[in-house]
Write a protein that binds this ligand. Structure first.
Ligand code: NAP
Length: 256
């Protein structure tokens, strides 16, 4: 039975978000999960079968109306844990992408993610406690040809979390940035089909979620799950851009 306060997870219907939701249930938190596809209710049902007290809010978090709908659902409630996790990639050459798709990624990954952190930050500051986990990416540390908008949005998310983790010091609120490398989730089917990144072996989403959860609970500024991704992250700052750019192109450019 849930007894440890409310956990709210955006993008909780699949991938990393679903695995974070599973841990929240196992740890005894009541849960609100949010996503905009029809798989959400099925995910909520699976989590209930694990013993969770789970509410599902179906909303498009790339829009202000969607964020308002989630917030209306949470109105007046204390929030113990908040996971700003929903996000989407977008492969293919930049000028061949539809502007509507680019704008949707920026609205979801950047604008509305920031708006939700702003709101939950205020709620938690009043409470004098709370933990936030933001899903950034090591993609935000390297140039991202053929997924450039996504990488740029993740650079923003990483940077926002780093800055806020310091600002929130002494408020009782912590913010941690989860920065995975490639993880085995449906995100590659949605935005990167036909690429090496889509087909290569990737880290298990449950392991990534566990590392993110533990880092958040320890109040860390950030965490890069897995030894390979830790190495990439470590060397991304000192490797010449000419090399990191070519490596990214190799992974993200659609093969003929
Ligand atoms: N997989 C990786 O290699 C990797 C690496 C680094 C960082 N990340 C980040 O991890 C986070 C989770 O992605 P994932 O890999 O776990 O992929 P995923 O399985 O596709 O999960 C994305 C989640 O976000 C939800 N979502 C997408 N668009 C939404 C919208 N407009 N409104 C509300 N919810 C929306 C999805 O549900 P619906 O589509 O049904 O709405 C789903 O629940 C993302 O921020 C991603 O950038 C992933």
């Amino acid at each position: 039975m849930a007894g440890k306060g409310l956990a709210v997870i955006t993008g909780g219907s699949s991938g990393i978000g679903y695995q974070l939701a599973r841990i929240a249930v196992e740890e005894g938190h009541a849960l609100v999960i949010c996503a905009h596809g029809e798989e959400l209710e099925q995910a909520a049902e699976q989590l209930r079968r694990l013993g969770g007290e789970v509410e599902a809010v179906r909303a498009d978090l790339s829009t202000r109306q969607g964020v308002e709908a989630l917030w209306a659902h949470l109105e007046g409630r204390e929030i113990e844990l908040f996971f700003a996790n929903a996000g989407l990639a977008l492969g293919d050459p930049f000028v061949e992408q539809r502007w509507e798709d680019i704008a949707e990624r920026i609205d979801l990954n950047v604008k509305q993610t920031t708006s939700m952190i702003h709101r939950v930050g205020r709620v938690m500051r009043v409470q004098g406690r709370g933990r936030i986990l933001v899903t950034g990416s090591i993609a935000g540390q390297v140039p991202g040809p053929y997924n450039a908008v996504y990488n740029a949005t993740k650079a923003y998310v990483n940077g926002l979390a780093w800055g806020l983790s310091d600002e929130f010091r002494e408020t009782g609120v912590t913010i941690t940035c989860l920065m995975p490398g490639p993880v085995d989730t449906p995100i590659y089917d949605k935005g990167l089909k036909g690429t090496l990144l889509h087909d290569m072996p990737k880290r298990d989403a449950a392991m990534v979620a566990r590392e993110g959860w533990d880092a958040m609970m320890a109040g860390k500024v950030d965490v890069v799950p897995g030894p390979e991704s830790k190495l990439v992250s470590l060397f991304s700052g000192v490797t010449p851009k000419a090399i990191t750019t070519r490596l990214h192109e190799l992974g993200a450019k659609r093969r003929e």
